[in-house]
Structures are given as structure tokens and as C-alpha cells.
Design a binder for this molecule. Structure first.
Ligand SMILES: O=P(O)(O)OC[C@@H](O)[C@@H](O)c1c[nH]c2ccccc12
Length: 260
């Protein structure tokens, strides 16, 4: 069993348990459920830099990255640094994140916030909305076309943007549909952890123009972004490169200044 299968199997159990403890009516009663969301797709289209900065304490590939960074402070640092949006890992077991982190980020900034999660059930989308998310991630590798459709249509009905993540041609062909806003190409193979920016370059011409193209993972240089822009990418999801520094916001600021 590869890591992605393991994560998804654990996620099924987690979601079933949560469903039995916290009814949907309770999620819908959150004050955040009614808030008007910010559009990340729009922010990326209007930006010349396009950085989406991630809050990630640890990961299966890197173990510890930054266990102690305060999520509210990092969010404010990212905002000051000039990012277009922030991604917050909410998986506990493999990434050390939580929905609490998403809430704290929401309370700290007005940036578009992405709930970075392994979404396999509609319940998690209601949860995302109830905890202040503006965007959800759907990972093509763990979903069927029908599931992508149902989940993305629900997200859109709640005013959330949808970022669909692919890693190869097959996943891309299976996933393209009008209820998505952004297509993300993950440069990291979630099964082997291998990282190559060639994945983004290779898939770029196959992504229809109506979607904002986002390149995800393994980005750490200005040169890489300049090159990816030539392939039509408007969004760049960066985690480790910022989080590994003591002050991720400052690190994002310096990076974005150099990009300008
Ligand atoms: O830390 P990096 O290499 O800059 O990567 C960030 C982000 O792309 C990565 O965390 C990610 C992309 N897709 C995911 C899906 C699940 C968990 C994590 C991810």
C-alpha cells in the first residue's frame, strides 16, 4: 500500500468518526458558514507574482519542517509579504495540521485561504466552509470523475473556489470540468515523493485556457517561477521553502521582492 492509499484509508475512518460526533447542522450553524468568500482564482489572475504560501509543520516526506511556528503570526507575515493566498494543512496524522489552524489563520488575515486536505467526502467541504476556508483542494489521484463532479459542484454552491490537483495526463483528462476554477500540477509524486518541475512543464499545454494554472511543490527559486510563467502558470504553491526558515513571512517577503 502506498502512502496515498494509507492516508486515504485513515481519512475515511476519521471522517466517519467526525460525522458521528459533529452533525452537519452544527457545521452549518457556524458564523463562518455565512461569510462571503474571497476568490483565489481572481487574486491570481490579477497578480504578477502569484504566490500561494503554505503553512506546513511537517510532512511524510520531510518529517519536521517547522513544528513551532505560530499560525496566526505566519498568516500575518504572509499577508505583509504580499502573497495572493495561503494554504493551511488540516490533516493531523501525516502533516501535524488541524482545522484549528485554519480557524486561527482566518481570524488573523483577509487573504484567500485554501483548506489543504485529502477530501473524499462532502462533509469535509461543509467543514472547510465552517472553518473559514475560501478554497478547497481536490486530488484527482484519490477521486473518480463522478466524485470530483459532486464535490466540486457542492463547493461552488457554497461560494468556494476549487483547486483540482493532478500529477499526470490521465488524471488531467479524467478531471477537466466546468465546476473547477484552478488546475494544479503537483510536481511531487505523492506516491514516491519524487519532485520534478518537468511535470508542470509537460502538462501545461494540455490544460484548457479557462482554468488558472497552478504549479505546486518543490519550488524554491525565482528562476523556477520565471520559467514556469513561460508555460502559462499564474499560481505557485510554496510550502517548505518558506516554512523551513524561522520567519516564514519574512522569507516570503524577500522572495516576492525579488520576483517583482
Ligand atoms: O513544500 P512544497 O514542496 O513547497 O509543497 C507545497 C505543496 O505543494 C504541498 O504541500 C502539497 C501539494 N499537494 C498536496 C496534497 C496534500 C498535501 C500536501 C500537498
Amino acid at each position: 500500500m502506498d502512502i496515498l492509499e494509507k492516508i486515504t484509508r485513515d481519512k475515511r475512518k476519521e471522517v466517519d468518526l467526525k460525522k458521528s460526533l459533529i452533525p452537519i447542522s452544527q457545521l452549518k450553524a457556524s458564523v463562518l458558514f455565512e461569510r462571503e468568500t474571497f476568490s483565489l482564482a481572481k487574486a491570481l489572475r490579477n497578480s504578477t507574482t502569484g504566490i500561494i504560501a503554505e503553512y506546513k509543520r511537517r510532512s511524510p516526506s520531510k518529517k519536521s519542517i517547522n513544528q513551532d511556528a505560530n499560525v496566526g503570526q505566519v498568516a500575518q507575515g504572509y499577508l505583509k509579504g504580499g502573497v495572493c493566498g495561503m494554504s493551511v494543512l488540516t490533516d493531523i496524522k501525516y502533516f501535524g495540521g488541524s482545522l484549528e489552524d485554519l480557524l486561527l489563520a482566518r481570524a488573523s488575515v483577509t487573504l484567500p485561504l485554501l483548506r489543504k486536505e485529502f477530501i473524499i467526502d462532502e462533509y469535509q467541504i461543509l467543514e472547510a466552509k465552517a472553518h473559514g476556508a475560501d478554497v478547497i483542494l481536490l486530488i484527482a489521484a484519490i477521486l473518480t470523475r463522478n466524485e470530483i463532479k459532486t464535490l466540486s459542484v457542492l463547493a461552488k454552491s457554497l461560494g468556494l473556489n476549487v483547486l483540482l490537483e493532478v500529477h499526470n495526463e490521465e488524471e488531467l483528462h479524467k478531471s477537466v470540468m466546468p465546476s473547477l476554477d484552478m488546475l494544479g500540477v503537483n510536481n511531487r509524486d505523492l506516491k514516491t515523493f519524487e519532485v520534478s518541475l518537468d511535470t508542470s512543464k509537460h502538462l501545461s499545454s494540455l490544460i484548457p485556457d479557462d482554468f488558472v494554472k497552478v504549479s505546486e511543490s518543490g519550488i524554491s527559486s525565482i528562476e523556477a517561477i520565471k520559467e514556469l510563467k513561460q508555460y502559462g502558470y499564474q499560481g505557485f504553491l510554496i510550502g517548505e521553502n518558506f516554512m523551513k526558515s524561522e520567519n516564514p513571512g519574512e522569507s516570503a517577503f524577500e522572495f516576492i521582492q525579488k520576483l517583482k
